[in-house]
Design a protein around this ligand. Structure first.
Ligand code: C2E
Ligand code: CA
Ligand code: CA
Ligand code: CA
Length: 278
């Protein structure tokens, strides 16, 4: 037993070391990725029941020269931990504004764009400064920008967060709570949060047609949102049945593979923006 205990310990030490090395490698390579244009933005349409374009969410992609495509779930948390999220986040803002400006010039109009903001990026002293400089540079009206954050952001310091959200809202930005319902916060915080929208996580939408609990839960989120005069978007809509359920429960805006996967800029332009123009 002693022997196998030691083996077990060795195993954990090895795998912890491996994980640490992997993180360091990703950190190093992500720096390079920023310098060498390996990052790109995809856009996933947000639509109404009839599939009419209402907005889009910008989603980052990393195309590694050797490893191929690395999903954001794998590198965003590392970027957040090591502080690289400042540079990555600023890149996302600038790149999406470049695209918005480009579309405006071509006279195709995207009503609003949702951008994911991570906690460390949001709390950074210069977050508002960076945003301000970029909207000015690319002549973007803040009212078209919806900032998405998760409940995790509020764990840090609710008062500071609320204060910052209020300042940004005065400038016209809107806010959405991403992955709503997956965090540990109590519902009571919602009353004090000056947000505009709740976003239902795909993990709940996934099972609404199979699991009674999830169906009730999603129905309740929609009811809460409507009661509080908040918009509500369902993420991860993959089937007609899911769409119908959401519609019947009062959800008006949808995002998911049933309508479209996230697309690179040129395809998003071709399949969604150019059509919306006519
Ligand atoms: P999220 O913000 O919850 O984004 C939704 C995720 O669901 C995206 O994964 C999207 O591609 C995926 N999705 C959309 N519709 C469907 C569907 O119908 N079925 C399924 N199975 N999946 C669907 P993605 O692009 O891999 O992003 C994962 C997460 O990475 C995001 O989750 C977000 O937390 C983070 N992320 C992505 N881009 C950024 C960014 O620019 N900045 C920050 N801070 N985080 C980002
Ligand atoms: Ca999101
Ligand atoms: Ca989600
Ligand atoms: Ca599904």
């Amino acid at each position: 037993a002693k022997e196998s205990g030691r083996n077990m310990l060795q195993f954990f030490q090895d795998s912890m070391q491996e994980a640490a090395m992997e993180r360091m490698l990703i950190e190093k390579e992500l720096r390079q990725a920023l310098d060498e244009n390996q990052l790109s933005l995809y856009y996933q349409p947000q639509v109404d029941y009839h599939g009419t374009l209402m907005g889009a969410e910008a989603l980052i992609r990393w195309n590694h020269p050797k490893k191929g495509f690395i999903p954001p779930d794998k590198f965003i948390p590392i970027a957040e931990e090591c502080g690289l999220i400042q540079a990555v986040g600023a890149w996302v803002l600038e790149q999406s504004f470049i695209h918005l400006r480009q579309w405006d010039r071509l006279q195709v109009h995207l009503p609003h764009l949702a951008i994911n903001i991570s906690p460390r990026q949001f709390y950074h002293d210069d977050f508002m400064g960076i945003l301000g400089r970029l909207v000015k540079q690319y002549q973007i009206s803040p009212s078209r920008i919806m900032l998405e954050f998760t409940e995790g952001l509020l764990m840090n310091d609710v008062d500071v967060a609320i204060d910052k959200i209020k300042q940004l809202k005065k400038l016209g930005y809107t806010f959405s709570i991403d992955d709503f319902g997956t965090g540990y916060s109590s519902l009571s915080y919602l009353k004090h949060l000056p947000v505009d929208q709740l976003k239902i996580d795909k993990s709940f939408v996934e099972d609404i047609t199979k699991n009674e609990d999830d169906a009730v839960f999603v129905g309740t989120i929609i009811a809460i949102a409507r009661h509080m005069n908040l918009g509500v978007v369902a993420e991860g809509v993959e089937s007609k049945m899911e769409l119908e359920f959401l519609k019947q429960n009062g959800c008006l805006c949808y995002q998911g593979y049933y309508f479209s996967k996230p697309l690179p800029e040129d395809q998003f332009f071709e399949h969604w923006l150019r059509k919306a123009k006519q």
